[in-house]
Design a protein around this ligand. Structure first.
Ligand code: UDP
Ligand code: MG
Length: 337
């Protein structure tokens, strides 16, 4: 993360607009996390108690096939404040986060992974920044050594490409671990698109934001849910959702190619009129043919990526389907706004 990008994210903060007794929502997407979810609860509850705030957990069970939902339902019945929204199948983390934002009732929310890669203690510092007037406090992974070399370098490439092409500033190495104010949640809920590239959407809605650097530890237990094919499609979603440059660039490519074709034609005409007909030319023909079919396929493919996404938006399907909601034990007026 360079200084530059971070300082650009700083926007003037607002003073003193926080409610006196805010409720904190802790949004946790979970997908097959039964190996780690108990650790997660043990690690987060003391921290949340220390905040002195009323809080609620908002779990989104993203179609888990293991005991995750049972463990959480049991904990909720046993006094855990909050609720669990069960999705009808696995819709992916982005959709789960949208479901979590929809189900959160707090004045302020923290989005956190269940695998303890996002240190819960940071929530306290995030709240301090929130009280100081920032509506978004995002965790910035300064040390990604728990990720593989390959993942780090491809991620770095993606952030560079994204920030160069898209008209919004998305801080590099900011994950989904962040605190957001109610105003930001409401803004996000108003966005109608089905393509939920949350990191981009967070950046797109704006609001005063500040970074909170932290070292990202490896997963506590269980296995990561993303592979490179998923990440590649995730990156495509991000790029196509926030920039149309790949669509428009072909116009300029076309102009450039047409101009050089014109120059080449001129050269051929002059050469033929000066030196007469010259039959051999297989190599240049072949090269031009291959090159231009390549360019055409590439541009058609690019257009296809956008059309596919337009198609998905046009279908107007919901981002996720809620199968059931399990309410936790409401202790005093927890979660009531
Ligand atoms: N997750 C989810 N749905 C999915 C994949 C992941 O809700 O389809 C959740 C997962 O349970 C975890 C968080 O998203 O709480 C991050 O997942 P993971 O640790 O696999 O991602 P990484 O840390 O590699 O980014
Ligand atoms: Mg993880």
């Amino acid at each position: 993360m360079n200084e530059n990008a971070a300082s650009k994210i700083y926007v003037s903060r607002r003073e003193g607009a926080r409610p006196a007794a805010p409720v904190l929502s802790v949004i946790v997407p979970v997908y097959n996390e039964d190996e780690v979810i108990r650790h997660f609860l043990e690690a987060t509850r003391p921290v949340l108690d220390r905040t002195g705030l009323k809080y609620e957990y908002v779990f989104i069970d993203d179609g888990s096939r293991d005991a995750t939902a049972d463990i959480l339902a049991e904990s909720l019945a046993g006094g855990l404040p909050g609720r669990m929204v069960g999705l009808s199948r696995n819709f992916g983390k982005e959709a789960a986060l949208s479901a979590g934002l929809e189900a959160a009732r707090g004045d302020v929310a923290v989005i956190i992974d269940a695998d303890l890669q996002d240190p819960p203690e940071l929530i306290l510092r995030m709240l301090d920044s929130w009280r100081a007037g920032y509506d978004v406090v995002y965790g910035l992974r300064v040390d990604r050594s728990s990720d593989t070399m390959m993942k780090r370098s491809t991620a770095g490439m993606f952030y560079r490409l994204f920030n160069r092409l898209a008209n919004i500033d998305m801080p590099a190495n900011a994950g989904d671990f962040r605190l957001i104010d109610r105003a930001v949640i409401d803004a996000l809920l108003k966005l109608p698109e089905r393509n939920r590239f949350m990191k981009g959407l967070f950046a797109w809605v704006g609001f005063p934001a500040v970074a909170l650097p932290y070292e990202r530890p490896p997963r506590k237990a269980g296995t990561g849910k993303f592979n490179y094919w998923k990440l590649w499609n995730f990156a495509l979603d991000g790029l196509t959702g926030f920039t149309t440059l790949p669509l428009r660039v072909w116009f300029y490519g076309g102009v450039l190619i047409s101009l050089s074709a014109f120059a080449y034609a001129l050269f051929l005409i002059i050469r033929t009129s000066l030196f007469g007909v010259d039959v051999p030319g297989y190599a240049s023909l072949m090269v031009a043919l291959l090159f231009f079919s390549g360019v055409q396929l590439l541009s058609i493919g690019m257009i296809g990526e956008y059309i596919a996404r337009l198609f998905n938006e046009a279908k107007q399907r919901p981002v996720y389907i809620v199968q059931d909601v399990i309410e936790g034990t409401p202790s005093d007026d927890r979660g009531n706004r």
